[in-house]
Design a binder for this molecule. Structure first.
Ligand SMILES: Cc1ncc(C[n+]2csc(CCOP(=O)(O)OP(=O)(O)O)c2C)c(N)n1
Length: 656
């Protein structure tokens, strides 16, 4: 019945609680799915956000809520979490979608702070099966928890993560674990899925007809009165006895061999089939994997073949703050574009160069290069650990791999960085896009720990360019190194070409002095150099003081000569970085100050991100929250300078 208050979405408006979907019939659920889809498209077109993944799981979400009792008995863990918009809509957050991914608005990922239906805060892929298994294992063997289901929904892209395999391997070893893995197979990661597993799943999908027949027979047997729960063994033996005559892939044999009862593949847009699958496996007290086949972006331009652009949309009605530059001189080409351009040039120039990305061709700007030079630009799938290990192997074999991984996702490959790369001194060039606060993706994606996690590894050279021109130079310098290097650069645009400072030669471990002054020194790491120059201008104008500005270029090795000299001669030295304080560039400067008796560490003022997670919003809002926007930077510097002035010994002027 049309709802006067919400004529476009009457069924959604009538939903009081997620469990209401349990009472809806198939036609009602299908109509509701249509409303959810329309709402997501309308809303995301305005705010921007992940589009394709959510549209692909509308029916799946409804069927899950219709059959399980989330937030009461069962737990639901979405992998990555970018597909959770239908889940958020169903769980009472539809009214907040106007603020999606905006400062203090709804997160684009699950977040238990928002709702008890969100089991964990996530954003990285491959983790859901382990987390869900944790719940299942905690419930295992407790009679009061019998029948509780821990459900992980994971995409075929995320299933490629080593973490997911580890969880399947462990989970499948428990015969009595009530773990349900729903494999949402849309043959897409952000771009089409790659690799042998993807090819295997394609073969399984192509046997949908065969499987449908099998399921019909199975459910017919299950309906025979008196067989009840004990039917599983019989069914299972029967199921396996068919293996001789039916292609192995049709039976999801990989998952069966790993100890999971495999159910599928089923049409993930058929709510009845989905509900049936959940019901049919509900009585099983064992690990189950339900394979559903969906179309990413379903309902949005369905006539266009699988399109990567549906993964995320940029909104048309973002608030004005979205277009604000965070720091002066911005507006030039993005660091990502500059990286990709230089990577392509290096591939052409140096036959040893191989570029590697882990399912992030679009995000790292490498789509074109991969199409043009597929043998020199590898997408290894969602597999950061493998990407790093592979790069190390290639490097040891004489290549010069450039590993393009976001700062936040490189965290997934930490031990590979340590053993396969640093310990071997393998000459891999890491290009860490999204170094620093990233904006709308928020806390799970902020790349604010990389200096700390890399700086403690021997053999690494760490650098960050002030602008896109310097990024291109640094990539050349890194290629010439005989050990591992990491170049971090932020999301978004660099300084405009006409505003960029002139390029000067880069020598490893040497900083660049940009301006002199004797009232203090600003040491900036990365594009914050331009902010430092602006702070210098403002301080001079407001206080009449003159600060030196240094482009640090390297967080490791530090320019101990130049920075040491600044520490010795200046009353105060400020360090600036878009990274957490602990272990970052400022920490390195403090370590230097403490290492020499003649230097005074109290003169160092570290300006960095605080020791807390910073939520989603525009980058300028995140920086403001961290007291690091240009106004607050200036205020912090001026405050300290005033304190230095107040505490400076009074010089007595004696009259002649
Ligand atoms: C560890 C990690 N690497 C990369 C990403 C970036 N990323 C977000 S979604 C996505 C694709 C996920 O594909 P899939 O799991 O199949 O889900 P779909 O989007 O197809 O529904 C990628 C690569 C991530 N979130 N986490």
């Amino acid at each position: 019945m049309p709802n006067a208050l919400d004529p476009d979405y009457p069924l959604l408006a009538a939903l009081a609680a997620p469990a209401d979907v349990k009472d809806m019939d198939s036609d009602g659920l299908r109509a509701l799915a249509g409303e959810i889809r329309a709402f997501i498209i309308d809303s995301v077109m305005k705010t921007g956000g992940h589009l394709g993944a959510g549209l692909g799981v509308v029916e799946l979400t409804l069927a899950l809520f219709a059959e399980y009792q989330f937030n009461q008995r069962d737990k639901l863990v979405w992998d990555v979490g970018h597909q959770c918009y239908p889940h958020k809509i169903l769980t009472g957050r539809r009214g907040e979608f106007a603020g999606l991914r905006q400062w203090q608005g709804l997160s684009g990922f699950p977040d238990p702070k928002e709702s008890p239906y969100d089991t964990v805060k996530t954003g990285h892929g491959g983790t859901s099966i382990s987390t869900a298994m944790g719940f299942a294992l905690a419930w295992r063997g407790r009679s009061e928890d019998a029948g509780r289901k821990a459900v992980a929904v994971i995409g075929d892209g995320s299933l490629q993560e080593g973490n997911a395999f580890e969880a399947l391997n462990h989970g499948g070893s428990y015969k009595d674990l009530e773990l349900v893995v729903v494999l949402n197979d849309n043959n897409m990661s952000i771009s089409p899925s790659v690799g042998a597993l993807s090819a295997y799943l394609s073969r399984v999908r192509s046997s949908t007809w065969l499987n449908a027949r099998l399921r019909t027979i199975q459910s017919a047997i299950r309906r025979i009165p008196g067989i009840g729960d004990g039917v599983e063994d019989v069914l299972h033996r029967w199921y396996h006895s068919l293996q001789g005559i039916i292609p192995q892939h049709a039976l999801g044999i990989i998952f069966e061999e790993l100890g999971f009862f495999y159910y599928g593949p089923i049409d993930g847009h058929d709510i009845d089939a989905l509900r049936h699958a959940f019901r049919a496996t509900h009585w099983m007290r064992r690990p189950v994997l339900i394979h559903v086949v969906t179309r990413k972006g379903r309902g949005y331009k369905d006539d266009v073949p699988e399109a990567t652009c549906y993964h995320a949309a940029s909104g048309s009605k973002l608030p004005a703050s979205a277009s604000l530059a965070e720091y002066p001189e911005q507006g030039g080409p993005s660091f990502t574009a500059a990286f990709a351009e230089q990577a392509a040039a290096l591939v052409e120039r140096d036959p040893r160069v191989i570029v590697i990305t882990a399912a992030m061709l679009e995000g790292t700007g490498l789509t074109k290069l991969q199409q043009q030079r597929p043998e020199r630009c590898l997408d290894v799938g969602m597999a950061e650990q493998h990407a790093v290990g592979l790069a190390a192997g290639l490097a040891l074999a004489g290549h010069r791999p450039i590993c393009a991984i976001y700062s936040t996702f490189l965290q997934r490959a930490y031990d590979q960085l340590f053993q396969e790369v640093a310990l071997q001194r393998a000459p891999v060039v890491f290009c860490l896009d999204r170094g620093g606060l990233v904006g709308a993706d928020g806390a799970t994606h902020n790349g604010v720990f990389d200096i700390a996690y890399l700086r403690c590894l021997p053999n690494f050279v760490l650098m960050s360019p002030r602008d896109t021109g310097e990024l291109a130079q640094m990539m050349e310098v890194a290629l010439a190194c005989d050990g591992p290097t990491a170049i971090r650069f932020p999301r978004g645009s660099g300084a405009r070409p006409e505003a960029q400072l002139a390029r000067t030669p880069i020598v490893i471990g040497e900083a660049e002095r940009l301006a002199d002054g004797a009232d203090g020194s600003l040491l900036a790491y990365g594009p914050l150099v331009y902010a430092a120059l602006e702070v210098r201008r403002r301080i001079h104008e407001a206080m009449g003081l003159t600060l030196a500005v240094v482009n640090a270029r390297f967080a490791k090795p530090l320019d101990t000569r130049l920075i040491g000299a600044e520490l010795a001669r200046q009353p105060v030295v400020f360090t600036l970085e878009d990274h957490v304080e602990a272990g970052g560039f400022g920490s390195a400067v403090l370590e230097l100050a403490r290492s020499r008796a003649e230097l005074n560490a109290n003169r160092v003022e570290v300006i960095a991100l605080p020791d807390r997670f910073i939520d989603h919003g525009q980058r300028c809002e995140q920086l403001a929250d961290a007291h690091m926007d240009i106004d607050q930077l200036t205020a912090r510097v001026s405050e300290r300078l005033s304190a230095v002035r107040r505490s400076a010994p009074v010089r007595l002027v004696t009259r002649p």
